[in-house]
Design a protein around this ligand. Structure first.
Ligand code: ADP
Ligand code: ZN
Length: 743
């Protein structure tokens, strides 16, 4: 028997090995194994069983061990690995490393302990007899008699002051059994959900929910691949629909994967899941980034063995080795956080859809603001759409007030952080002891120019994205096509001087709030605070407990949080997301507005939203204001169609980095000529252009964009071309397929 193995040893190549007699019964496709490569032992993954080697079989070495009792990759995961390798232009080894947790790869052994229990009931008479012959043995029996379940040997011996000889004697007598058990280290009870396990009875579904659960249920019953897009307004009870779908799968003996954009940001969802399923006797594995090695291995083993059949986690949970996968839920499917920004640069949602396809399972995507990619798939009939149009209990969506900051500046005679309207509302809500969230859309990036008199932002005439301001040579450049012009000294639209407006930071907002509400208790939450995750949980806990009146933070706190006492949400600077040089800027702004508004008025009192902007007339704001997704999507898709942007074509981003900008430019231009010659008919190329942030850590960055109808065909061709192109050693480059951000 010969197997083909992809080693995890720093190179992509299938190597062949003989399988020793003793391992033959246990070897599977997807098994993690140990193999010798030049006198050293390495890990590898069995890709083929009964393979045909390219050399005489007697010359082959034998593999030395199988690492786990269960294959690391199920058949659908193996298929998925091959697809990711080709589609994302990622090395097979890097794909396997992303799919198999490090703890599993390291082959860390489950920590095991010996447990003791009585073989049968021991009578009092028996004990009395034993006590005379061997008092220590009697002592142990007496103790075990009082226990309901096996107890840890080490603990008992320590507590009773006995030695192992005593247990050995009892085992010999046939009174006590000793068994080895894995120690559970699943971090269920830790405090990252704030200790919260929501354990209420499931609510009675309303009519809309009932219809959606039935539709998804029908697909689940068919046991065939299908994708549902659950488009439900914020607070419409989408989570309840997911839970019912998972329940159906569990009842039928199948497994489900439940993906959330970031576990630490969705503690309530996780708590609800665990509450629901664990009270029904289903262990729920939580897959998050701060698990210890042992915990991760335990969770993985529970899933691979079929002991646990539900897993909830961020994007990498899509690779959980569950048995009989029937359902993958992707909550907040529009979230860019599903895209991994290092190799392999995969999109968790797209991988979920593909895995469901391979497994013949149902993929349930949900959002209040579906991505235009998914929306287009509904239009073309690939996905079924299911709607929840009303909030649960007919609670109203909050009213959205839009403040024109151009007028506000004139009124207040100077640059202002908080408009009068927002301040008025803050006073009112604060006096009523209701809570307030202020969002600031701070991104690491803010190099577009906006006139603060008229709100104008210069767009590239060819690409419909904002131009980027380059201070070094005083130019505005389009980083998609390279179109450039001198940076204007006055606003091209209204001739106002000084158009270098760059938005405001969290700190400024905090100071402004202190001035208007000095008595309010407030906390700031941004990436700096986020680096300490426990601090983040603490703040959320305090906010929930009413110890904080005003929470100031970036959009990261906008996801899925449910605070019933929040009645006012302010979006301090809506323009910051609208004018980033990205064709998805409008979509992001619309999503942000709707999601942020969704945080207000979830309790019994109606909520309100105040949006401050210099461009109140823009589509993103106007459609969000009326919660009109269809209107927004129609207009936005028309623009995408006009420029042939995703979802009408795929986009591939090619990043080229190096210390010598001349050299990168030379090679990039040379490379583009080659691509044009060979793939010019199927690919439209833009660039090379300098990246919007040209220099990062002493490295210069150039970029090329490829637009194409089918990435599946083009990516392998690009990879082939690259293999034959002599990139210099000090230039590094990478392909990013379907990038979610252009900056
Ligand atoms: P979404 O995910 O769409 O924002 P959720 O699923 O979080 O909405 O639901 C919002 C709130 O309504 C939650 O507190 C949830 O428990 C509750 N809920 C959901 N469905 C029902 C229902 N049918 N009846 C009563 N309450 C419900
Ligand atoms: Zn352009």
């Amino acid at each position: 028997m010969i197997v083909g193995v992809q080693p995890l040893a720093g190179f992509d190549k299938l190597l062949h090995y003989k399988v020793p007699e003793t391992l033959r019964a246990d070897i599977r496709k997807g098994s993690l194994v140990r193999v010798p490569i030049v006198n050293r032992s390495h890990l590898g993954l069995v890709m083929e069983v009964d393979a045909i080697p390219d050399c005489p079989p007697e010359k082959l070495k034998a593999l030395s061990a199988i690492v786990h009792d269960y294959p690391a990759l199920t058949p659908d995961l193996l298929g998925l690995a091959r697809w990711m390798h080709a589609y994302y232009a990622a090395r097979m080894e890097s794909v396997l490393e992303a799919m198999i947790p490090a703890a599993v790869r390291d082959g860390a052994r489950l920590k095991s302990e010996k447990y003791l229990s009585l073989v049968r009931a021991v009578t009092a008479d028996e004990l009395a007899v034993l006590a005379k012959k061997a008092p220590q043995q009697a002592k142990l029996c007496e103790f075990l008699k009082q226990q309901f379940r096996p107890v840890k040997k080490s603990l008992v011996l320590a507590r009773l002051g006995l030695t192992a000889a005593v247990t050995n004697a009892l085992v010999k007598r046939g009174l006590v059994v000793e068994e080895t058990r894995h120690v559970e280290r699943v971090a269920y009870a830790d405090n990252w959900t704030g200790g919260e396990v929501v354990n209420g009875l499931p609510p009675k579904l309303n009519d809309e929910q009932t219809a959606v659960v039935a539709a998804v249920g029908e697909s689940l019953t068919k046991k065939k691949f299908a994708v549902h897009l659950l488009h439900g307004v914020t607070g419409s009870g989408k989570t309840e629909v997911y839970l019912r779908a998972v329940e159906q799968v569990l009842a039928a003996g199948g497994s489900a994967i439940y993906l959330v954009p970031e576990v630490a940001l969705t503690p309530q969802t996780v708590a609800r899941l665990r509450g629901r399923f664990e009270s029904a006797g289903h262990k729920t594995v939580v897959w998050h980034s701060h698990l210890g090695e042992g915990e991760r291995l335990d969770g993985w083993t529970a899933l691979a063995s079929g002991q646990a059949r539900v897993v909830v986690g961020a994007r990498s949970a899509v690779f959980a080795p569950v048995r009989d996968l029937r359902l993958i839920v992707v909550d907040e499917e529009h979230e860019p956080a599903y895209k991994q920004d290092e190799t392999p640069r995969y999109h968790g949602r797209d991988v979920a859809v593909y895995r469901a396809k391979l497994a013949g399972a149902v993929c349930l995507l949900g959002s209040a603001t579906p991505s235009l990619e998914s929306f287009a798939n509904v239009r073309s009939g690939k996905y079924q759409v299911n709607l929840l149009t009303k909030r649960v209990d007919d609670k109203k969506l909050p009213a959205i007030h839009v403040v024109d900051m151009r007028i506000e500046i004139m009124r207040q005679r100077g640059l202002v952080t908080l408009s009068r309207l927002l301040v008025d509302h803050m006073h009112r809500r604060f006096e009523r002891k209701e809570q307030i969230i202020l969002f600031i859309n701070r991104r690491g990036y803010s190099s577009s120019m906006q006139c603060r008199k008229c709100g104008h932002v210069e767009q590239c005439p060819h690409c419909s994205v904002s131009m980027t301001y380059h201070r070094s040579d005083e130019t505005l450049k389009c980083h998609l096509c390279g179109h450039a012009r001198g940076a204007p000294a006055v606003c091209p639209a209204c001739a106002a001087p000084d158009i270098r407006w760059r938005g405001m930071g969290t700190q400024r907002v905090e100071e402004a709030v202190r001035r208007v509400l000095p008595r309010a208790r407030m906390e700031r939450m941004d990436t700096d605070t986020m680096s300490k995750k426990h601090r983040f949980r603490e703040i959320l806990g305090d906010f929930r407990a009413g110890k904080i009146d005003i929470l100031i933070g970036t959009q990261m706190i906008g996801k899925g949080l449910d605070f019933p006492n929040v009645t006012l949400v302010g979006l301090v600077d809506a323009d910051m997301s609208m004018h980033v040089p990205d064709f998805r800027a409008n979509e992001r702004t619309f999503q942000l507005l709707v999601q942020v508004a969704g945080r207000a008025g979830r309790g019994d009192r109606a909520g309100e939203v105040v949006v401050q902007t210099f461009t109140p007339q823009s589509d993103a704001i106007q459609f969000a204001r009326h919660a009109d997704f269809d209107g927004f999507a129609a207009g936005e898709l028309a623009m995408r169609k006009q420029f042939n942007y995703p979802p009408y074509r795929h986009l591939i981003h090619h990043i080229i980095r190096g210390v010598n900008p001349e050299k990168i430019k030379f090679f990039a231009e040379h490379w583009v000529k080659l691509v044009e010659l060979t793939l010019g008919t199927v690919v439209e190329i833009r660039g090379p252009t300098p990246a919007p942030i040209e220099k990062v850590k002493d490295e210069y960055r150039y970029q090329i964009w490829y637009f194409c109808a089918q990435a599946t065909k083009v990516v392998p061709e690009l990879v082939k071309l690259q293999a034959g192109f002599a990139w210099p050693a000090d230039v590094s480059q990478v392909l990013d397929v379907d990038p979610m951000s252009l900056v």
